[in-house]
Design a protein around this ligand. Structure first.
Ligand code: F6P
Length: 351
């Protein structure tokens, strides 16, 4: 057997752990040849495919490395036109690949599903710091991002406290508030604003004013996809050649401008940005990524294709790619962490 492996979409801590586990599992259990495809689907879209053989030595020592040793692309989309699709499929055939393991987020799963409809045998592995892939309670990379944001909130708190400021910290997460919610709780944010709950500027200002009288500082954790009631998403830029062209960013500054006229204390905004995606994965993400990689290899060996590996509770499983494509998993209105936040007095920006 010859199996291709690629990492698509934005990078995230734990990708190398998956590459290592898929490769070791396939080499050890069925002696398959494992071919790494460079820069995600971009490696299948040029005149000639860009690949390298992954052997035991090549994947040793990468478990704890951030990023992806294969490189990635969040622009390459072989489904963008018929010629690109044909070329990618022709490269797969010329390389003699029996199946492809595609490690990526919702965009990659959509492409994987689209290619599976053209006959490609694919196994998907969910990755994203956003934790927003349908069918999967935890994607690797999320735990690491939450740890990074939590540490940032702790640091922001001491400087905010010293200067009696209102400190706003913007997290990634796109249209889902998982990072802001978990890190906000872990990092003792006083206000947590999520894309799923449009915030009232006056309600947030009221929390800050109350704290001006007592604690004299406030920490606000806001997901990049959050918006005020009646307001619009804050779009940083459009990348028209990307399968997901909207890049969010800047809502912390928008909120700063909304709050400043209503408050006596100074309001400052910090955008954490890509620091949330970089660096070594946490032990939790290393283990999860290793489980996912091994699980993907098992699906390949069992001939179960066009599925994405999952972990719900402690149980590894898989779901059809068709059930995952074109969707994103948001924080549900009845999520227990929302209740916990409200009950311990953390504001969610609600009036
Ligand atoms: O999906 C992961 C993610 O980091 C989002 O949280 C963020 O909105 C986006 O990717 C940023 O993408 P880029 O690296 O292309 O700016």
């Amino acid at each position: 057997m010859r199996i291709g492996v690629l990492t698509g979409g934005g990078d995230c801590p734990g990708l190398n752990a998956v590459i290592r586990a898929v490769t070791k599992s396939l080499l050890r259990q069925c002696g398959a040849e494992v071919i790494g495809i460079e820069d995600g689907f971009a490696g299948l879209m040029g005149e000639t495919p860009r690949v390298r053989t992954l052997d035991w030595d090549r994947v040793s020592g990468i478990l704890m490395q951030g990023g992806t040793v294969l490189g990635t692309s969040n622009k390459a989309n072989p489904l963008r036109d018929a010629a690109s699709t044909e070329r990618a499929l022709a490269h797969v055939q010329a390389l003699g690949l029996d199946a492809l393991v595609a490690i990526g987020g919702d965009g990659t799963m959509e492409i994987a599903h689209g290619l599976s409809l053209h006959g490609l045998r694919v196994v998907g592995v969910p990755k994203t710091i956003d934790n927003d892939i349908v069918g999967c309670e935890r994607s690797f990379g999320f735990d690491t991002a939450v740890a990074t944001v939590t540490e940032a909130l702790e640091r922001i708190q001491t400087t905010g406290q010293s200067h009696s400021r209102v400190m706003i910290v913007e997290t990634m997460g796109r249209y889902a508030g998982w990072i802001a919610l978990e890190a906000g709780l872990a990092g003792a944010a006083d206000v947590i604003l999520l894309p799923e709950i449009d915030y009232s500027v006056e309600a947030v200002a009221a929390v800050c004013r109350a704290r001006e009288q007592r604690q004299r500082y406030t920490v606000i954790c806001i997901g990049e996809g959050a918006k005020a009631r009646g307001g619009a998403l804050t779009v940083l830029r459009r990348l028209d050649d990307s399968p997901d062209p909207i890049r969010l960013g800047g809502v912390a500054q928008v909120l700063r401008e909304q709050l400043q006229p209503l408050l006596a204390s100074e309001v400052r905004a910090t955008v954490l940005g890509h620091v949330q995606r970089g660096g070594a994965p946490t032990p939790f993400d290393r283990v999860l990524a290793t489980q996912f990689g091994n699980q993907a290899a098992q699906l390949v060996m069992q001939g179960e294709f066009n599925r994405m590996v999952t972990l719900n509770g402690e149980q590894p499983g898989s779901v059809p790619l068709a059930e995952v494509a074109h969707q994103s998993r948001k924080v549900p209105a009845d999520h227990p962490l929302l209740r916990t936040a409200r009950q311990i007095g953390v504001s969610l920006g609600e009036p």
